[in-house]
Design a protein around this ligand. Sequence first.
Ligand SMILES: *[C@@H]1O[C@H](CO)[C@@H](O)[C@H](O)[C@H]1NC(C)=O
Length: 329
Amino acid sequence: MLLHSFTIFILIFYSCIGFSFGFIHIVPGIASYIYEGLKCSFQICCNENEIPAKFDVLETSLKNNIYGQPLVQDTLSKALKSHWKKDFKPSKALTISFHGGPGVGKNYVSKFIQEALFKDGMKSPHVHNFIARLDFPEASQVDVYKKNLANWIKGNVTRCPKQLFIFDEVNNMPSGVLDVLKPFMDYVDYINGISYKEVIFLLLSNTGYHIINEYTYELWKQGIKREELKLSHFEKIVAKGAFNEKGGFLMADIIKRNLVDHYIPFLPLMEEHLVLCVRKEFEIRGILNPSLEDIRKVLEFIDWGPEPNKIFSKTGCKRISQKVGLLSI
Ligand SMILES: *[C@@H]1O[C@H](CO)[C@@H](O)[C@H](O)[C@H]1NC(C)=O
């Protein structure tokens, strides 16, 4: 606020000098500074205050709240950080695709990204959340959706180059919609004078989760720990699976043209991870040492699979919060 009053003061001050003494040539030098300041006070701000990009906060949130996802911990923050590194010019917009079953943390992680990168988190004018079933419900409207999306991306990036576009439930999206993103994600310097290279696209879906789960199961049977898994183990099978599965990725240009930079698999969760989720939920409610009995009661609600070992929760940590809620009042 102080800064804004100050800029306005300067503006008036220099205008006065400019006009009374004819020193109008002083004005352009500070004009851009003033212009930025005024833009901030009257419309949308596009600076470090508004987009602080706190990657250390993101890393802490992931470490404290996301369980059993070493691949997410290892890759995500690094990928985002290198994209927005000071003085680094990315060669294309960053596109990350999260894949995994229900309750494994995809939305949670997306929320942490929004909160760490933008001052106002998901309410930031630079953060755009789309949910397939709400925003793109009709297959017959694909052309309308595409037109709107292209306009919104252009409009927002023109105002500020650092934007985050999140598409949730891509598996429920009519196929074809994502193709509109292609030019914005590509290795193109400018489209009509605008660069889209600082933009981040985040795609969330359960597409390919059967493959991820089966593969994790196979590795588990071979005695390989999930901490030892590598992103490269999964990327190809996930991309290939996504391309052929019904939904938003079906035959998608962005996959065909390798415009997705990282496919990040979210692995199915085991009992040890669920126990951590349960403990966290008790902790949120002020109970630091829940009894084993209470933890067991919550876990009784969980369905496990696959046969015969039944080591994975079919719904991840979904609904655990509500079940803990029942026990903690
Ligand atoms: C920015 O994106 C939002 C959707 O998140 C849209 O409603 C708005 O019109 C866009 N702004 C511009 C200037 O295009």
